[in-house]
Design a protein around this ligand. Structure first.
Ligand code: HEC
Length: 159
C-alpha cells in the first residue's frame, strides 16, 4: 500500500470516528425530539436495564442456568459507559423526569456513580459466565447496591 492510500484511510477513519462521537453525544438541540426525546429514551433505557436484572433474578429463583445471561451484561456495560451522554445539559426539563438537579450541579459525583457500575457489571458477567449461581446471586446484590447508590443522590422517588 502506498503512503497516500494509508493517509487517506486514516482520514476516512477519523471522519467515521467523529461521526460516531456526534451520534452518541446528542446535544439536546440537535435531537429531533429535543429534550423530551432524550428524557424518554434514557427512561426507556433504564427500564431495559431493570428488565435484564429481573431476568437474572427470575433465573436464579427458578434455579436455571445462569451462563446464557452473561452476554446480556454487555448491553448494560454499553449503557452505563455512555450514561453521561443521556443527561446532556438542558435535559432536566421538557418531559416528566425524576432526575434531580444535582445530576447537572454535581456532575463529578454523578459520573463517579455511573463509572462505579462498570466493575460491578464486569464481575456479574464473569460470575454468570462461570455458571456459579451462588456467586451470580451475590454479585447481583452488589450491582443493585451500585444502582441504589446513584438513585439515592440523583433520582427523586416516584410518589
Ligand atoms: C449514575 C446514576 C445512575 C445509576 C448508576 C443508575 N441509575 Fe437508574 N436512574 C438514574 C436517574 C437520574 C433516573 C431518572 C431519569 C429520568 O427520570 O429522567 C433513573 C431512573 C431509573 C428508572 C426509572 C425509569 C423510568 O421508567 O422512568 C429505572 C427502572 C432505573 N433507573 C433502573 C436502574 C438500574 C436497574 C440501575 C443499575 C443497574 C440503575 N438504574 C443505575 C440514575 C442512575
Amino acid at each position: 500500500m502506498t503512503r497516500t492510500t494509508i493517509g487517506m484511510l486514516a482520514v476516512a477513519g477519523a471522519a467515521v470516528a467523529a461521526a460516531a462521537t456526534l451520534a452518541s453525544a446528542p446535544a439536546v438541540q440537535a435531537q429531533s425530539g429535543g429534550a423530551a426525546a432524550v428524557i424518554r429514551e434514557r427512561q426507556e433505557g433504564f427500564r431495559q436495564m431493570n428488565a435484564i436484572l429481573r431476568r437474572f433474578r427470575d433465573t436464579l429463583q427458578a434455579r436455571g442456568e445462569v451462563r446464557p445471561l452473561a452476554s446480556q451484561v454487555d448491553e448494560m456495560l454499553a449503557y452505563y459507559r455512555t450514561l453521561h451522554e443521556r443527561f446532556p445539559p438542558g435535559s432536566d426539563t421538557g418531559a416528566e423526569t425524576w432526575a434531580r438537579p444535582e445530576v447537572w450541579s454535581n456532575r463529578p459525583l454523578f459520573e463517579q456513580r455511573a463509572a462505579a457500575m462498570l466493575p460491578e457489571l464486569e464481575k456479574l458477567k464473569a460470575a454468570a459466565a462461570s455458571g456459579d449461581a451462588a456467586a451470580t446471586g451475590r454479585q447481583l446484590q452488589a450491582v443493585g447496591a451500585a444502582c441504589t447508590a446513584c438513585h439515592d443522590s440523583f433520582r427523586r422517588p416516584r410518589s
